[in-house]
Write a protein of this length. Structure first.
Length: 331
């Protein structure tokens, strides 16, 4: 009788597991990292919600493109901002830039240069040993620079007063304008972006109100391909994007919905990790061997529904390329 009861119990458990797995295939909420991930209740009353930033923040990581054991990231302690080079194997860090506020994600190039944006919204270069810092642009509102090869940059320009107005520009290491690019959609431009070895720009493109897509622009052929189209709701806005070294998969994060990848050929979207109000993902990077994801994860706590305020802390997490084995780099 005991063996019969055990068999019935085991069969029932397996059946429940099968039902759960089938539900997860249909339900995008079912994915890695859903535990302890919660959406806040609707705020009560009137007034502007307040987001309180913790004193210590670690943001915007990027892998060394030729060494999977090294990253750069932005470290914030109160009002002090630093660009840090960190060795994952030896847990050692080097301060590359001190007391300089950096906006967005610095990118590390294969020739040993790092490109970044300061609070004046101009683009700067520095060697990965901390030497030879120099300013590349001298007009307002330049964002999201990415390396195009080893000696050029692609970036977005938001100010109409800049030379050539808004859109996307390609410049060399001395700031010389080489080209201007715009998406085929009127009024759109490539915002957060990353470029693969085939000179393909992956980016979120928005135009005509809240209509957006993850798109690829091939710089060589001047062709555009839309991988998916969606209406921006805030929670699904792209907060980070990065090519896998295979030049086929694009990994991206959203403000509240999690980590994803999309294949440029099949256009298949795979959800890697869940996001929500209490845990969201921002800037990310893929290791040069294609095995790891490193990402800025923002944990939100101490929510109060009146007026709808919470506390945020940015941390740096590393995980396998499929989203498994997520862990805090500094714990």
């Amino acid at each position: 009788m005991k063996w019969l009861l055990k068999l019935i119990f085991t069969s029932g458990l397996l059946a429940l597991m099968c039902i759960f797995c089938q539900t997860c295939k249909r339900d995008p909420i079912c994915c890695l990292g859903c535990g302890n991930c919660e959406n806040f209740p609707k705020k009560q009353g009137v007034g502007i919600s307040e987001i309180i930033q913790k004193n210590s923040q670690k943001k915007s990581p990027c892998f060394n493109p030729i060494n999977p054991e090294e990253i750069i990231y932005v470290k914030v302690e109160g009002k002090k901002h630093q660009l840090i080079k960190y060795n994952l194997q030896f847990n050692s860090e080097t301060v590359l830039i001190d007391n300089t506020r950096i906006v967005g994600q610095p990118k590390w190039g294969k020739a040993g240069w790092i490109v970044f944006v300061k609070s004046d919204l101009n683009i700067y270069l520095i060697k990965d040993n901390g030497d030879s810092i120099r300013q590349i642009t001298s007009y307002f509102e330049n964002n999201h620079p990415s390396f195009l090869g080893i000696d050029k940059f692609f970036f977005s320009v938001g100010a109409e007063t800049s030379p050539g107005a808004s859109g996307n520009k390609i410049v060399d290491f001395w700031g010389n304008r080489l080209d201007s690019i715009k998406p085929s959609d009127p009024g759109g431009f490539f915002w957060r972006n990353d470029i693969n070895n085939n000179k393909e720009v992956a980016s979120m493109v928005c135009s005509n109100g809240n209509k957006c897509s993850i798109s690829i622009h091939n710089i060589s052929s001047q062709s555009n391909t839309s991988l998916n189209e969606f209406e921006s709701s805030g929670s699904n806005d792209i907060t980070g994007i990065f090519w896998h070294p295979n030049n086929n998969d694009i990994f991206y994060s959203t403000y509240r919905e999690g980590l994803f990848k999309v294949n440029k050929n099949s256009k298949t979207i795979t959800k890697i990790r869940c996001g929500c109000d209490s845990r969201s993902y921002r800037n990310l990077s893929i290791s040069p061997d294609g095995q790891k994801i490193i990402v800025e994860r923002v944990d939100a706590t101490d929510y109060t529904d009146n007026p709808g305020s919470w506390t945020e802390e940015a941390k740096i997490y590393i995980m396998d390329i499929d989203g498994k084995n997520e862990k805090n780099v500094f714990e």
